[in-house]
Design a protein around this ligand. Structure first.
Ligand code: SF4
Length: 616
C-alpha cells in the first residue's frame, strides 16, 4: 500500500467515447520498480501502445505524469508529458516546469492518461472529483496565451493551471509543443501535435487537496536542507542571477555554439545575445516553478524599436543558440519576438530554429529559390524572413507546410546533397552544442532515447575539465571514457526524471538527498544504488520500446556535417569527428550497457533489471 508522496489516483480519459475512469495508483504500476514520471509513462506506453501505431492515430496515447515528490516541498519538481513522437516515431518524454504538476497532485491525481480522439475540439476540466470533457469550439484557433486567459475567465478563477496547444498543434506541425503559464513549455518531440491530433485543445487543472507524506518531520528537515544546499550551490546561484542565457558566451568561446546551421561553432554576435545585455536591456522580473528558490525564469520586455511590447520569459540559451546564432541573428529583440511567437503559436524553439537555419542554408546554396519561398530572401541574418517563416510554419502556409514536417522529412523532399547538413538525430533536431568540439556530446546525441537531445547526458563539463568521473585524465577531443560518462549520466538523469526533478537543481540537491526525500515522502526504503538501477531499468525499457517501433542501429549516427566539415575557426579550428571515433564509443557503450553489437539489450540484462515482461 502506498504510504505517502503519491496523490493516489490516475485518471484515464478516452476521448473517443468520453469514458472517464479513476484508477488507484497502487493498482496501476509497481512504484518500487518505476517510481513515477518517466518511469510511469514508459511502463504505460510499453504495456498499452500497440506496435507501429501512427503517432497521429487515435490509438496513440498521451501521458501527463508527475512524480512522488511533485507538489511537495522538494525544490523544483515538474511534469512529464510522454507519447510516441510524430517527429521520430520513438518514445518521447518532454518536461514542463511551472505549477501544473503540483496542481494535478493537489487535485488528487498522479497522472492523466489520454487515449482516443474526440470528434470535435474539447478541453479537459480537472478539479478534484469533478472531471469534464468540455466543448472547446470557442478556443480552437486561439493562441496559447488567449486559451489560458479564456479558460480562467470563463471559470472565474485566476489560479487555474492550463496546459494547451496553439494553432501549430492544431495543424499537426510535427514539433508543436504544449504550453503552460504562457512561458513554460513541454517543448521537444511534438507532444503538442499529438494533442492536436486528438482534438484536445487544453487541460485545465485546479486542486484543493494536499499530498500525504509518510514521515512529515523527517521530510521537512530534508526539504529545508535541500533548499539550503541549492541556495549555497555556485552553479545554482549563477542560474538564479543569469538564467540559462549565460551559456552563450561559454559555448561561443568553446566552439560549441551552433552558428549558421552548425557550419561554424562560434558566433561574432554572441556578446549581443549575452545575459549581460539581456539583464541591462530586457529583463524585468525573476520567476520560479513550484517550490523553487532559484527563480531562473527571466521575464523580459522589449521597450523600444520595432519589437516594442514583446513580453517573453527567457530568452533561454537554447533559443538564443538556435533562433539566434544558428540563424545568424544577433538582435536579441528579434529573437525575443520570434520566441514569443513560438510560445503563442505553439512551436518548439529548438526545432523551429533548426528548420529555419536549414532552409537558410538551402537558400544560400541555391537548393531553394525565391520561387519556393514565396519571395522571402532566406539569407542567414535576415530576421524579418525568420519571423515570417515562424508564422508560416505554425499555419502550414506555403513553404511553411514543408518546414512543419521537421528537418529530416523536409530534407528528404529536397535533393540528396541537403541531407548532409540536415542537423538531426533520429528525426529530432539538434540542440545547442556542436559535437565536433565535443565527441562525448556526439555519443550522447546518438544514444539519447528521444533522438538528438542534450538532457539525457551532457559530458561537456568532464571534457572541458579534462577529468573523468573516476579521476583519470581525459583529452578534450578524444573518445576515452565517453561511454562510461554518458551511460552514468543517462541512468542518473533517468532516475531523477522519475521524480520529475528539475535538471538544473540535480547537482545541488544530489542523488543521496533525493533518495532520502523519496523514502521520507513515500515510506520506500530505496538505496542510492537501487535508485540508479531504476534509472537503468527505465532506460532499457524505453530502448525496448524503441526497438519494437523499428529503431535500427544504423540510425545511431550523426549528420554528415559532423564528420566532413571541420570547425572553421576558434579554439577547436580544424576539429571534426571521425566515423571510427563514433563507432569506438558506441561499441564500448553497448558493451557497458550489456547490449549486443546491434544495440539490443541481452535477455540477461533485462532479467537482471526485472524487465522479464518485455522478453518475447
Ligand atoms: S531552477 Fe528554474 S526551471 Fe528549475 S525548478 Fe527552479 S525555476 Fe524552474
Amino acid at each position: 500500500m502506498l504510504k505517502g508522496g503519491y496523490a493516489g489516483k490516475i485518471l484515464e480519459i478516452n476521448l473517443t467515447d468520453g469514458d472517464v475512469k479513476k484508477v488507484e495508483t497502487e493498482n496501476y504500476f509497481d512504484s518500487d520498480l518505476f517510481i513515477g514520471g518517466k518511469g510511469l509513462a514508459a511502463y504505460i506506453l510499453w504495456k498499452e501502445l500497440k506496435k507501429n501505431v501512427d503517432a497521429f492515430s487515435e490509438e496513440n496515447m498521451l501521458v501527463f505524469a508527475t512524480g512522488p515528490l511533485t507538489g511537495t516541498l522538494c525544490p523544483g519538481t515538474r511534469m512529464c508529458i510522454a507519447t510516441k513522437s510524430p517527429l521520430t516515431g520513438l518514445f518521447c518524454d518532454s518536461y514542463v516546469g511551472g505549477h501544473l504538476g503540483a496542481e494535478l497532485k493537489f487535485a488528487g491525481y498522479d497522472a492523466v492518461v489520454v487515449r482516443g480522439k474526440s470528434e470535435k475540439p474539447v478541453y479537459l476540466w480537472i478539479c478534484d472529483n469533478d472531471i469534464e470533457i468540455c466543448d472547446a469550439k470557442h478556443l480552437w484557433g486561439l493562441d496559447t496565451f488567449r486559451v489560458e486567459d479564456a479558460i480562467r475567465e470563463e471559470r472565474g478563477d485566476r489560479a487555474i493551471r492550463v496546459a494547451c496547444i496553439g494553432p501549430a498543434g492544431e495543424k499537426l506541425v510535427r514539433f508543436a509543443h504544449i504550453n503552460t503559464e504562457r512561458y513554460r513549455q513541454a517543448g521537444r518531440g511534438g507532444t503538442g501535435a499529438v494533442m492536436g491530433s486528438k482534438n484536445l485543445k487544453a487541460l485545465a487543472v485546479r486542486g484543493n487537496g494536499s499530498i500525504p507524506i509518510y514521515d512529515v518531520e523527517e521530510f521537512i528537515g530534508l526539504a529545508k536542507e535541500a533548499h539550503k544546499a541549492v541556495l549555497e550551490n555556485e552553479t545554482a546561484k549563477a542560474r538564479k542571477r543569469w538564467g540559462t542565457a549565460r551559456t552563450i558566451i561559454f559555448t561561443s568561446d568553446q566552439n560549441l555554439l551552433p552558428t549558421r546551421n552548425f557550419r561554424e561553432a562560434t558566433f561574432e554576435g554572441a556578446e549581443l545575445l549575452s545575459a549581460e545585455v539581456l539583464e541591462k536591456k530586457f529583463w524585468i522580473k525573476h520567476k520560479a516553478c513550484h517550490s523553487c528558490p532559484i527563480n531562473c525564469g527571466k521575464l523580459g520586455v522589449v521597450r523600444t524599436g520595432k519589437y516594442t511590447g514583446t513580453v517573453v520569459e527567457g530568452i533561454e540559451y537554447e533559443t538564443l543558440a538556435l533562433m539566434g546564432a544558428n540563424c545568424g541573428i544577433s538582435n536579441h529583440e528579434a529573437v525575443a519576438y520570434a520566441n514569443m511567437l513560438c510560445d503563442m503559436l505553439g512551436l518548439d524553439t529548438i526545432s523551429t530554429g533548426n528548420v529555419i537555419a536549414f532552409a537558410m542554408e538551402c537558400f544560400e546554396r541555391g537548393i531553394l529559390t525565391e520561387e519556393d519561398t514565396e519571395g522571402l530572401k532566406l539569407n542567414f541574418g535576415n530576421e524579418d524572413a525568420m519571423i515570417k517563416l515562424v508564422k508560416k510554419i505554425a499555419k502550414r502556409e506555403g513553404i511553411g507546410n514543408l518546414l512543419a514536417e521537421g528537418v529530416k522529412r523536409f530534407s528528404e523532399r529536397l535533393n540528396v546533397q541537403s541531407r548532409s547538413f540536415a542537423m538531426h538525430v533520429k528525426g529530432l533536431e539538434l540542440p545547442g552544442y556542436d559535437v565536433r568540439a565535443s565527441p562525448g556530446m556526439g555519443l550522447a546525441y546518438v544514444t539519447a532515447d528521444r533522438g538528438g537531445c542534450h538532457t539525457r547526458a551532457w559530458p561537456i563539463s568532464y571534457e572541458i575539465s579534462g577529468k573523468a568521473p573516476d579521476g583519470t585524465v581525459i583529452q578534450r577531443y578524444s573518445v576515452e571514457k565517453r561511454a562510461l560518462i554518458v551511460k552514468m549520466q543517462q541512468d542518473e538523469n533517468t532516475a531523477c526524471d522519475t521524480l520529475v526533478a528539475c535538471w538544473f537543481l540535480k547537482g545541488a540537491v544530489g542523488k543521496e538527498r533525493y533518495v532520502k526525500m523519496l523514502n521520507a515522502a513515500t515510506g520506500m526504503k530505496l538505496t542510492v544504488k537501487e535508485f540508479l538501477e531504476v534509472g537503468e531499468r527505465i532506460w532499457n525499457l524505453v530502448r525496448m520500446f524503441n526497438i519494437r517501433e523499428g529503431l535500427k542501429m544504423e540510425e545511431e549516427t550523426l549528420p554528415d556535417r559532423a564528420f566532413k566539415d571541420p570547425i572553421p575557426e576558434g579554439i577547436a579550428a580544424g576539429q571534426k569527428l571521425r566515423r571510427e571515433q563514433l563507432e569506438t564509443m558506441l561499441e564500448e557503450y553497448y558493451k557497458l550497457r550489456g547490449w549486443d553489437e546491434k544495440g539490443v539489450p541481452s535477455k540477461e540484462k533485462l532479467m537482471q533489471l526485472g524487465l522479464n515482461f518485455v522478453i518475447s
